[in-house]
Design a protein around this ligand. Structure first.
Ligand code: NAP
Ligand code: F7E
Length: 328
């Protein structure tokens, strides 16, 4: 019989890549979606009919318990969260509810229904914040710099705690930034590649950005969902950093993206102080040697390849939209 996976956040970037990956492995895939007045299933449109969608919400404990009871999954991947860092200052309480307490609600569902269900928690390099050492590994102390980062620290430790308290096979993947053509357009990489495509095609004349000096360890989402799955296939549950080990500045990303379409970024980019954050995470670089050693995981997409992949995808999409074939 096919193994069953339940993904929360299946309409998001990672949810779409993970659903496709698990279908490829022969899983029966179930996705949790929250109710919305208009459907937002674009990222999984190509998987319609192959993923079973169920309505539930991270804020609603009973909906989660009933969902786990109904699906009886072998594995749960908790990807749902309020994931945009700037919004976490505007809605710190809601971010804590979704991104922090939501994890406990998922774990409580497993504890009540079936403790043998394996659990993956989407933890984040944002937990390292004001970094205590470089590169960051599984033992680096946390110093989160946003309500989002603080909520993720809670989610990480409650995952560890349910493993230690109840023996649940619960893993926390501490993933560094990972991007793709499916990345939300408010995140800096996709904001840049979407603007580059629109500028190249004469549809936009400026790109306003915040801190160009911030440095991130950027990888490809398609690679990172493989690491999530590998964590749940081990004999023992554990926590892993997943990263490329390289860091680049926002400025370097901008430069490469414009270069790819033969434009000089200095002609198009304006720095807007309103986009600076109340507290910034200046630099992040991960040490994924444990994931490499234990899981046999390696990233396959380099930084320049990622930039080019995203620019090319946005160029193709904007051209299609302009021909009136696709509405955004
Ligand atoms: P994303 O594109 O923002 O997707 C977030 C998902 O969560 C969406 O499907 C969203 O549903 C869902 N969601 C939000 N609130 C919910 C609620 N109350 N109930 C049910 N579903 C809810 O995020 P992503 O980039 O794929 O990231 C996946 C996870 O990894 C997140 O937990 C994120 O914090 C974490 N993470 C991401 C990165 C990264 O670089 N991408 C790195 C480390 C950790 P709607 O479509 O309805 O909004
Ligand atoms: O910002 C700087 C900004 O919003 C990256 C989430 O997936 O990864 C993501 O969080 C950097 C920051 O991602 C703009 O100040 C400059 O230093 O793309 P971002 P993030 O905050 O690193 C982690 C691992 C997660 O877990 C999160 O869920 O870019 N930056 N100018 C800008 N950022 C944005 N968004 N927009 C700008 O105009």
């Amino acid at each position: 019989m096919a193994r069953k996976a339940l993904i929360t956040g299946t309409t998001g970037q990672d949810g779409a890549y993970l659903a496709e990956f698990l279908l490829g492995k022969g899983y029966e895939v179930h996705g949790m979606v929250r109710r919305s007045s208009t459907e937002n299933f674009e990222r999984i449109a190509h998987l319609r009919g192959r993923v079973t969608l169920h309505q539930a919400d991270l804020l609603d404990q009973l909906s989660i318990v009933e969902l786990i009871q109904k699906v009886r999954p072998d594995e749960v991947y908790n990807l749902a969260a309020q994931s945009f860092v700037p919004t976490s200052w505007v809605q710190p309480l809601l971010t804590g509810e979704f991104t922090g307490l939501g994890v406990t609600r998922m774990l409580e569902g497993i504890r009540l229904v079936d403790r043998s269900i394996r659990f993956y928690q989407a933890s984040s390099s944002e937990m390292f914040g004001a970094v205590r050492e470089e590169p960051q590994n599984e033992h680096t102390p946390f110093w989160p710099r946003s309500p989002y980062g603080v909520a993720k620290v809670y989610g990480h430790w409650i995952t560890v705690n349910y493993r230690e308290s109840y023996g649940i096979f619960a893993c926390s993947g501490i993933l560094f930034n990972h991007e793709s053509p499916l990345r939300g357009k408010e995140f800096v990489t996709r904001k840049i590649t979407d603007a580059v495509a629109r500028i190249k095609l004469g549809l936009q004349d400026k790109l306003r950005l915040g801190n160009l000096d911030a440095m991130r360890d950027w990888g490809f989402s398609g690679d990172y969902v493989r690491a999530m799955w590998l964590m749940l296939q081990q004999d023992q549950p554990d926590d892993y950093v997943v990263a490329t080990g390289e860091k680049h500045s926002v400025r370097e990303f901008v430069e490469l993206a414009f270069q790819h379409v033969d434009l000089d970024w200095r002609d198009w980019v304006e720095v807007d102080p309103a986009l600076f954050r109340p507290a910034e995470v200046n630099t992040l670089r991960g040490d994924a040697s444990k994931a490499r050693r234990v899981l046999g995981w390696e990233p396959t997409v380099s930084f320049p390849e990622l930039v080019r992949m995203m620019v090319d995808a946005d160029l193709a999409r904007v051209r299609r939209e302009e021909r009136g074939q696709v509405r955004d």
